[in-house]
Design a protein around this ligand. Structure first.
Ligand code: ATP
Ligand code: MG
Length: 203
């Protein structure tokens, strides 16, 4: 039985981590085995690469390649085996984040990320992507209230507006895969919208 690959996307502070546990619980209650994971990271190597990517200033192509290195390991070690077992894989960020942050935010060529995505997982794309969408100012306020910031979270609001717009562009290109949620609402209202979206898309 093939599993289900669900990804959570959105700018820093949109609420991905806040809602991941809620979604995992709903899927578990529905009787699914759930693997909750994140990118960059999700494996011992991937978590080490995450520390480097989030903490160390670097060339944007180097950044993109490290993210795909972590992704290749994650797919091989965690995502593909879990899907093969029939599990629901709930992943906090995936390749849409690379298009949004590295292409939209930093200006990496789309064709470069398309090529890397094709090499790394040409045969696999998420079944459902929940895009937590809110404006950069709201998200920034939440991140600052949360505590220490990383290298991405210290970018200016213009960067996050570009990232947000690139995410929305991807959602327009693939309306069948994406579900865009208004993440500016209260946590309870976002969760109600998640429940409706999951019910509608995957029953
Ligand atoms: N709808 C909401 N209303 C108010 N506060 C929220 C809402 N959603 C999340 N928060 C709060 O905002 C902060 C950031 O949320 P969270 O860590 O889930 O964002 P994230 O999308 O995972 O960000 P990152 O990409 O940086 O990991 C948290 O302190 C969380 O409690
Ligand atoms: Mg998070």
């Amino acid at each position: 039985m093939a599993g289900l690959f669900i990804t959570l996307e959105g700018i820093d502070g949109a609420g991905k981590s806040t809602h991941a546990g809620f979604i995992a619980q709903r899927m578990a209650d529905a009787g699914h085995a759930v693997v909750q994971t994140r990118e960059p990271g999700g494996t011992p190597l991937g978590e080490r690469l995450r520390e480097v990517v989030l903490g160390h200033p670097m060339d944007i192509l180097a950044e993109t390649l490290l993210i795909f290195a972590a992704r290749a390991q994650h797919l091989e070690e965690v995502v593909r085996p879990a899907l093969a077992r029939g599990a629901v894989v709930l992943c906090d960020r995936f390749t849409d984040a690379t298009f949004a942050y590295q292409c939209g935010g930093r200006g990496v060529a789309e064709s470069s990320v398309e090529a890397l995505a094709s090499i790394t997982h040409g045969d696999l794309s998420p079944d459902l992507t929940l895009l937590f969408d809110t404006d950069a100012g709201t998200a920034r306020g939440r991140v600052l209230a949360r505590n220490a910031t990383d290298r991405f979270e210290r970018e200016d609001l213009g960067f996050f507006e570009r990232v947000r717009n690139r995410y929305l562009e991807q959602a327009r290109r693939e309306p069948g895969r994406f579900c865009v949620l208004d993440a500016g609402q209260s946590i309870a209202d976002v969760q109600a919208a998640i429940a409706r979206a999951i019910g509608r898309r995957i029953g």
